[in-house]
Structure formats: structure tokens, C-alpha cells
Design a protein around this ligand. Structure first.
Ligand code: ZN
Length: 164
């Protein structure tokens, strides 16, 4: 069976950056990754590369930021007042490098605290891989037709399904 819209693809993957550093990979422990093809579960560039591939296929592909996590945008770096982060609990004080949930015009988003200076907090709302050229090595482990409820939910279910 070939990978097409609404198939569930199970794959092993290794993701490296331009320097050859491994950024992410499937492991024996976590098992291969299962995705529902054509529903934006993964970046558009990789969905495109998967089309037409079959079980057992292995390939390497290089994906530009445009087809990956987007270009790095300076406008997505914002400075907000520290007073918005005050917490009663001393152990929950905001720190550099922390991920925080913020409200944006497009709804909730995750930002990384890149700097804290006096009363200002700098938040970076870019995806951590924005601007990166992505080097994937893929092994297609399995391809099957999606169940109806997987298509409804927009994601793949594991071997035992799930309840949401
Ligand atoms: Zn579901």
C-alpha cells in the first residue's frame, strides 16, 4: 500500500540540523512515530515526501524552513512586563530558558523566555526549529488505511485506540 491522503504511516525517523547534530529521533524506547497523512500532523515538506512511499522504504530528505517550521521572525519576539509573571510560589518564578503559555491574537501559544532584565521579560514565540533546514532520514515501518474516527479526530490512534 502506498502512502496517500488518509493513510496512517508508522515510521522511524532521525532529524538533524545543518551541522549534523541530531535534534530529534524515534527510539526503541518510544517506538516509531505514527501519523495521519494529510492532516498536518507533521510539517508540510515531510508529508509531501512521504506521498507514494510504501512499507520498507527508506529515504533521506532535506527540507527548507519554508516547508518546515517557517522562517525565524523577529516580530515574534516580544518584550512584556515581568509583573505579569509574578507568582505567590517562590519555586514558580519565571526564569530564562523556561517555556511559558501565553495568549496571542491567534489563541494560546508556547513561548520561550529568552531574557529577563529588571522589569522586562523577552519572549520568543518562534518555533524552536524556525529557520532551520531539516535533514530527515526516514524508514517507513507500516502503512494502513485510517479508521473513520482517526480521520474525524485528525490523528492516528495506537494499537489499542483511545477514548477522546
Ligand atoms: Zn483520537
Amino acid at each position: 500500500m502506498e502512502i496517500s491522503q488518509d493513510t496512517v504511516v508508522t515510521m522511524h525517523y532521525v532529524l538533524k540540523n545543518d551541522n549534523g547534530d541530531i535534534i530529534d529521533q524515534s527510539t526503541e524506547e518510544r517506538g516509531p512515530l505514527s501519523i495521519l497523512q494529510g492532516h498536518g500532523n507533521i510539517i508540510p515538506g515531510l508529508e509531501e515526501e512521504l506521498l507514494g512511499k510504501s512499507k520498507g522504504d527508506t529515504f533521506a530528505t532535506v527540507i527548507s524552513p519554508e516547508h518546515g517550521y517557517g522562517e525565524y521572525q523577529d516580530t515574534m519576539v516580544q518584550i512584556v512586563p515581568l509583573s505579569g509573571f509574578r507568582s505567590e510560589d517562590e519555586n514558580e518564578q519565571v526564569q530564562e530558558g523556561m517555556q511559558v503559555q501565553v495568549e496571542t491574537n491567534q489563541g494560546p501559544a508556547v513561548a520561550i523566555v529568552t531574557k529577563i532584565e529588571e522589569e522586562d521579560v523577552t519572549l520568543d514565540l518562534n518555533h524552536p526549529l524556525a529557520g532551520e533546514t531539516l535533514h530527515f532520514e526516514i524508514e517507513v515501518v507500516e502503512v494502513r488505511s485510517a479508521e473513520e474516527n482517526e480521520i474525524e479526530h485528525g490523528h492516528a490512534h495506537g494499537p489499542h485506540g483511545h477514548s477522546h
